[in-house]
Structure formats: structure tokens, C-alpha cells
Design a binder for this molecule. Structure first.
Ligand code: IPE
Ligand code: MG
Length: 215
């Protein structure tokens, strides 16, 4: 969900206002995706690399994740199940504070019964960290001395149930791939847009979804 800072800068607002607008927009995007019968929506909320940002900005982004995982009524009203991917809390290097851990666990528990769209939020997530861990776990499970298979890597991802990605969305004019779902996006379409994340609207969602069905 890139471009919150630029969105704020253009309006002469502090970056934190951009993140707040971005979180509000996520709630709207989630609602629209559910009406479009999207089965799986996975969003990059905070990366393993984002911790080096100024402490006040990190603090603000953390508070927004508490808000986002607290939107349980809305999620239940739309039959949405929430999930999380990121560095497991009990692993070395995990930096997720306890209040975010609790918000994540609560949201997962309170929406577990829903049968509609699965919203997966990546927090303290990095694709390389995910893949390294998957390879290490796959190796530890080896009994036969055979080579690790790609199925075994898939089985050891943070969320093995996450299906292959149909379309990746890159907002705010970025034309590069980031450290996001690198294993899962093989063969995926990519939708590039100049819009910053807070301005990513229903029309943009429909454009991205059109790509899924295009050749
Ligand atoms: C995305 O917006 C939010 C996070 C990465 C947490 P940015 O903060 O990256 O916004 P820009 O790239 O500075 O515009
Ligand atoms: Mg950015």
C-alpha cells in the first residue's frame, strides 16, 4: 500500500496523515473487493525493512494496525476472515509489540467463522525472510536425504493456504517489485497505477481485476 507519504506531501500534510488516510482507504478497498467476489486479498501493511523509519512514524503505523485489526464488526458484517503473515512472534528478530500481537490474534479468532473473502495482512513481513525460514523448515523435516521440493517450500510458507496470486497491484507509480510474496507471484499479472494508495478506489480495483481475465 505504497504512496501514503507522497499523498500527504502533495497536500502539505505530515506523513502520518497519509498513513491514516491509507488505513481508511484500506477499509473501503476491503469492502469493495468483497462486493466483487474477490476470494483472497493480501495487503502489505508493514515490512521487515520498515522498522528503521523514524520512531514517531513507526508508532503511528503501529497504532493504525491496531485500528485495522480492530475492525471486527465490519469484517463480520461482510463475512470476511482475517489472517496475518509475518515473522512469527516467538522467532528471533520478531519485533511485533505485544499489543499488536494481541490485536492480530483477537481479529483472527473473532472472524474465524466467516466464509467469504480472506483478508491477509502482511505485518513485519519480508518475502526473503519467509523463504529462508521455509527452506530451513523443509530441510529440518527431511528424513530421506532427498532434495527439498517446491511443494515442501510451499508447505512451509507463513500461510500455506494462500493460493497463487492472480494480480499484484503496485500503486504510486512504482514500477519495481518489492519484497512481497516473491514465491507466490510466479506467473501473476501486475497492475501498475500512478495513484497513491489513499486514492486507490473502486475504479482502480476494477481495472486491476480486468487484467486477471485478460490474455
Ligand atoms: C506506504 O506508504 C506505507 C508503508 C510502507 C508503511 P509510504 O510511507 O511508503 O509512502 P511514500 O512511498 O513515502 O509515498
Ligand atoms: Mg513508499
Amino acid at each position: 500500500m505504497d504512496g501514503n507519504g507522497r499523498w500527504a506531501k502533495r497536500r502539505g500534510l505530515p506523513r502520518t496523515e497519509g498513513h491514516t488516510a491509507g488505513e481508511n482507504n484500506l477499509a473501503e478497498v476491503v469492502r469493495v473487493c468483497a462486493t466483487r467476489n474477490v476470494g483472497w486479498l493480501t495487503v502489505f501493511g508493514f515490512s521487515t525493512e520498515n522498522w528503521v523509519r523514524p520512531p514517531a512514524e513507526v508508532k503511528h503505523i503501529l497504532s493504525l494496525h491496531k485500528r485495522l485489526f480492530g475492525r471486527i464488526e465490519e469484517l463480520n458484517a461482510n463475512n470476511i476472515r482475517i489472517q496475518w503473515i509475518g515473522r512469527p512472534f516467538d522467532e528471533p528478530g520478531s519485533k511485533t509489540p505485544a499489543f499488536i500481537q494481541r490485536a492480530i490474534q483477537q481479529a483472527i479468532d473473532d472472524t474465524a467463522h466467516n466464509t467469504g473473502m480472506v483478508l491477509t495482512v502482511a505485518f513485519d513481513y519480508g518475502s526473503r525472510a519467509e523463504l529462508l525460514r521455509a527452506a530451513q523448515h523443509a530441510r529440518a523435516q527431511q528424513h530421506s536425504g532427498l532434495d527439498i521440493t517446491s511443494q515442501e517450500i510451499t508447505n512451509n510458507l507463513y500461510s500455506p493456504e494462500l493460493p497463487p496470486v492472480d494480480v499484484v497491484v503496485r500503486t504510486s507509480g512504482e514500477s519495481r517489485i518489492s519484497n512481497f510474496l516473491l514465491w507466490q507471484i510466479m506467473g501473476s499479472k501486475v497492475y501498475f497505477t500512478e495513484r497513491t494508495w489513499p486514492d486507490f478506489d473502486a475504479h482502480e480495483i476494477d481495472n486491476a481485476l480486468k487484467l486477471v481475465h485478460a490474455n
